[in-house]
Design a protein around this ligand. Structure first.
Ligand SMILES: C[S@@+](CC[C@H](N)C(=O)[O-])C[C@H]1O[C@@H](n2cnc3c(N)ncnc32)[C@H](O)[C@@H]1O
Length: 221
């Protein structure tokens, strides 16, 4: 998937992946990450997901990365948050948007990089206590996934992760979202993480007529 593919999707507003409600698998299984309040959660390929607002409201700081800058701008505009925008010190094409979510007396920071995930380092992203991968790994074709999983591990120092995948007969439909099975999760992450399937549910995400799609949530530690 080249960058133009995603720029065009956002430009044409073909963003069916963007959910209007918080993902129920996130709210049900977040406790498996054992995070203290104030922990920092990384959301790769974040789009303008409302899940980031929910995570901040739980008392976590959020750091996301999204290729399409208008998606990052839309996130802050829709949440009525005025972000501070800065440029990457070495690459002025990369921008960092940082805003505060105020919830009563609590204030949480949401930092979104408008960048290609492969252009960022662990120094850019800072400490990461956990990762929430929703529609990120499954957005990428098979030939990009080994590099993606390696980059995720490198920038997060193998932080634990909640990973949501879809499984369906790939011969019946093109991705994204792509189908990913247990063996593939094992292939991408098995040498550095213990992988535990937390739940599987029927899904209508990205489905075509008569296609059985199952959504899985994995805990990687
Ligand atoms: C399927 S969408 C999922 C967005 C979000 N996680 C959600 O669930 O709403 C994948 C997103 O990844 C972004 N993306 C694709 N390739 C990327 C890359 N190399 N670096 C950063 N973001 C990327 C796309 O622009 C798109 O918004």
């Amino acid at each position: 998937m080249n960058p133009e593919f995603w720029h065009k999707r956002w430009q044409e507003k073909r963003i069916g992946f963007n959910q209007s409600a918080v993902n129920p698998l996130l709210t049900e299984y977040i406790d498996h990450l054992d995070l203290a309040v104030g922990s920092r959660i990384f959301v790769p390929l974040c789009g303008k997901s409302i899940d980031m607002v929910w995570l901040a409201a739980q008392g976590y700081d959020v750091v996301g990365v999204e290729l399409v800058e208008t998606a990052v701008q839309a996130f802050f505009a829709e949440q009525n948050i005025q972000p501070i925008v800065s440029q990457h010190l070495e690459n002025p094409d990369i921008k960092c948007y940082q805003g505060q979510l105020v919830d009563g007396d609590e204030q949480r920071t949401i930092t979104l990089w408008a960048a290609d995930i492969f252009a960022l380092t662990s120094t850019d992203l800072g400490t990461i206590d956990a990762i929430y991968d929703k529609a990120a790994l499954i957005a990428l074709p098979a030939d990009m996934r080994p590099d993606y999983s390696e980059q995720i591990r490198k920038v997060s120092d193998n932080a634990p992760q909640l990973l949501i995948t879809l499984n369906y007969d790939q011969s019946k439909k093109d991705g994204p979202p792509f189908s990913i099975n247990h063996e593939q999760v094992q292939q991408y992450y098995g040498s550095h993480y213990q992988i535990c399937k937390l739940a599987s549910e029927p899904s209508s995400i990205g489905s075509a007529p008569n296609l059985k799609v199952t959504e899985h949530i994995w805990l990687l530690k």
